[in-house]
Design a protein around this ligand. Structure first.
Ligand SMILES: [Zn+2]
Length: 132
């Protein structure tokens, strides 16, 4: 399942898409998260399934600031470095990217194009969390 707003694999943090913060109903950690991230993070190092390197991404690594992020698909499941729940891992990644983007206009534009909400921005207008 995917977020209907930004098209990301639906990973929730606080009942909202971890990428764009749109409230979403359901969550799991899909392996195609890596393909999604790889398409939007050209600086990430990738390993792919398949002889011609055209298959799905099976390993992604990216250093942002002082933190090395890694994600590997092992038997269809994600193994993440740092070892965190997927939503927390992505949130940590976006936080680090946001800090980098503060001094990198290209990165900022790229994240904005991806539809991702940069972290740590002064405006804290969180949507009302009403049920129904
Ligand atoms: Zn989203």
């Amino acid at each position: 399942m995917r977020c209907e707003t930004c098209g990301a694999p639906a990973i929730l943090l606080g009942n909202a898409c971890v990428f764009c913060r749109t409230p979403v109903a359901d969550s799991h950690a899909p392996a195609d998260l890596l393909d999604y991230l790889a398409a939007r993070l050209p600086d990430a190092k990738l390993k792919r399934f398949g002889l011609r390197r055209r298959g799905p991404v099976r390993e992604l690594s990216l250093t942002v600031g002082a933190t090395s992020f890694g994600a590997t698909v092992v038997r269809g499941r994600l193994q993440l470095t740092p070892s965190l729940a997927p939503a927390v891992w992505v949130d940590r990644l976006l936080t680090a990217l946001s800090e980098e983007a503060a001094g990198d206009h290209d990165l900022r534009a790229r994240l904005s194009r991806a539809g991702w909400k940069l972290r740590g921005t002064p405006s804290r207008t969180s949507p009302p969390s009403e049920l129904g």
